[in-house]
Design a protein around this ligand. Structure first.
Ligand SMILES: O=P(O)(O)O[C@@H]1[C@@H](OP(=O)(O)O)[C@H](OP(=O)(O)O)[C@H](O)[C@H](OP(=O)(O)O)[C@H]1OP(=O)(O)O
Ligand SMILES: Nc1ncnc2c1ncn2[C@@H]1O[C@H](COP(=O)(O)OP(=O)(O)OP(=O)(O)O)[C@@H](O)[C@H]1O
Length: 440
């Protein structure tokens, strides 16, 4: 695959959209098409500086060859490989130092050293000049600015980013505690000081298909988002773990003319995530296989062994097989054997599922009139049962990066630490599941 070279002068209104531990995400509007896209640019995990990520090509191939066959295309956003001149990237890399609400009109403004000094850049010019090749990145639609066309749309575009984590319980030998994977990891993270308090969110509630439990899960995330929830309004981050808003403030931002309440919004999320949007008025609420959570859950279930057994399998492999599996190409392009119970095949399925256990959902909603002018019965619209409210929506799954044995080794250690903390100190949290009724 040849990465097409980005000409940044063909874009305008640049802004910083977000970052994780491995990437910074920059948004820009294509002058010609008017569409907003993002560039996901790799960074050095230790310094935070832009770093050429040799995995970008692999990520695209991995999504096409492994994830698409597993999850289908319905919710997948396959990124495009692009490349930048290192000097162009130096200017673009000033954006993470600016507030996310600041839009820089055009590329010339980004280059203006008086307004935006070079010291702002997380990719110093000396680093750029030392590079002899272009730096690649991933380009995809800006999911906070997805435009649904249609009549009767009103109010702001609200984007909810949810990291749902593992949606099913796995009782593992060596971890005799009644908590799900995510809750064990989060307990460990709270203990290590990553978060001040443990949250009430449990993925088993979110994936339960029980409306009451799903509402509880989303309410828990709104109260205490950790790294599992971010909310954007018209592309601007308004609610996150770093800067959470009170319910009343969220409600007035979402519904400036007060035509709906936060509870309605939570319900809309539940119906969309469960894929229960068709005939929502009459059909009983449940998790649908072809909804976004249903697809994610099915893909996660490729893992039939769990972290601790996967780690044992890894250790049992001969050194030459371990070496082979550490090499990205061998790992990503071995076909998936869903029948085999061989350690190598079980491990590959574990790693594939691990990607889907760490993905994010980006869901954009906009209020819609329910009068006769608007077609609320079309695909991509939820009409909330028992109300006169409707929302047009768009859902995508992002952050589907391949996991390697290195991830397994790190998560096995953190998982066992979490189990030990629970065993030694106990936790006041109710169990995620009843181990005596365990039938997974
Ligand atoms: O193992 P977990 O559940 O703590 O997940 C890690 C994530 O933590 P979170 O769920 O956001 O609290 C973690 O997310 P954050 O950077 O903390 O937002 C990473 O996604 C990590 O993956 P990688 O090591 O960067 O490839 C994730 O690690 P692995 O998926 O590689 O285990
Ligand atoms: N297509 C997109 N449209 C809009 N915003 C996006 C898009 N992709 C990513 N983002 C934003 O950028 C943030 C960082 O992106 P991403 O999760 O890919 O970074 P990361 O470094 O891989 O994260 P992690 O720490 O989980 O590995 C996301 O949390 C999201 O808010």
């Amino acid at each position: 695959m040849i990465a097409s070279l980005v000409d940044p002068t063909l874009f305008r209104d640049f802004c910083f959209r977000g970052e994780g531990r491995a990437n910074i995400v920059i948004s820009a509007k294509c002058v010609k098409s008017g569409r907003r896209i993002v560039w996901r640019i790799g960074k050095d995990r230790k310094t935070g500086a832009v770093a050429a990520d040799p995995r970008n090509q692999l990520i695209v191939d991995y999504i096409k060859q492994q994830i698409v066959p597993l999850m289908g295309r319905k919710f997948l956003l396959v990124p495009r490989l692009v490349s930048f001149r290192p000097s162009d990237l130096h200017y673009i890399a000033k954006l993470p130092s600016l507030p996310a609400t600041v839009k820089v009109t055009d590329f010339e403004c980004l280059k203006d050293e008086k307004e935006l000094p070079a010291s702002l850049s997380v990719f110093p010019m000396r680093m750029a000049e030392a590079l002899t090749s272009f730096v690649d990145a991933l380009e995809m639609a800006d999911l906070t600015r997805i435009e649904k066309k249609g009549r009767g749309l009103h109010g702001p575009r609200i984007t909810v980013e949810i990291k749902p984590k593992q949606g099913f319980a796995q009782l593992q030998a060596g971890a005799p505690v009644p908590y799900c994977n995510n809750c064990i990891f989060q307990i460990e993270k709270c203990h290590a000081g990553n978060f001040e308090t443990m949250y009430d969110f449990c993925p088993l509630d979110l994936f339960s298909g029980d409306l009451r439990r799903m509402r509880r899960a989303i309410r828990a995330l709104i109260r205490d988002p950790h790294r599992n929830l971010r909310v954007f309004v018209e592309g601007a981050l308004v609610h996150s773990d770093e800067e959470p808003l009170a319910d009343a403030d969220l409600e007035s931002i979402f519904f400036p003319n007060r035509h709906a309440e936060l509870d309605h919004f939570v319900d809309a999320l539940c119906y969309i995530l469960a894929g229960a949007t068709r005939n929502a008025d009459s059909a009983p609420f449940s998790l649908h296989d072809d909804g976004v959570l249903g697809r994610i859950l099915a893909a996660q279930r490729q893992d039939t062994v769990g972290i601790l057994r996967a780690f044992e399998l890894w250790q049992s492999l001969p050194e030459e097989v371990q070496t082979e599996l550490k090499s990205p190409t061998a790992l990503y392009f071995n076909g998936l054997d869903i029948e085999s119970m061989e350690p190598r095949a079980l491990l590959l399925r574990y790693l594939l599922a691990a990607t889907v256990k760490d993905c994010s959902i980006m869901l954009t909603l906009r209020a819609m009139d329910t009068d006769t002018r608007a077609d609320v019965n079309q695909e991509g619209v939820i009409k909330l049962p028992g109300t006169s409210l409707a929302f047009a929506y768009h859902v995508s799954v992002v952050d589907l990066d391949p996991k390697t044995p290195k991830n397994l080794i790190s998560s096995q250690r953190r998982f066992l630490d979490g189990v030990k903390i629970i065993q030694a100190k106990g936790v006041s949290r109710p169990p995620c599941f009843d181990p005596f009724e365990f039938n997974e």
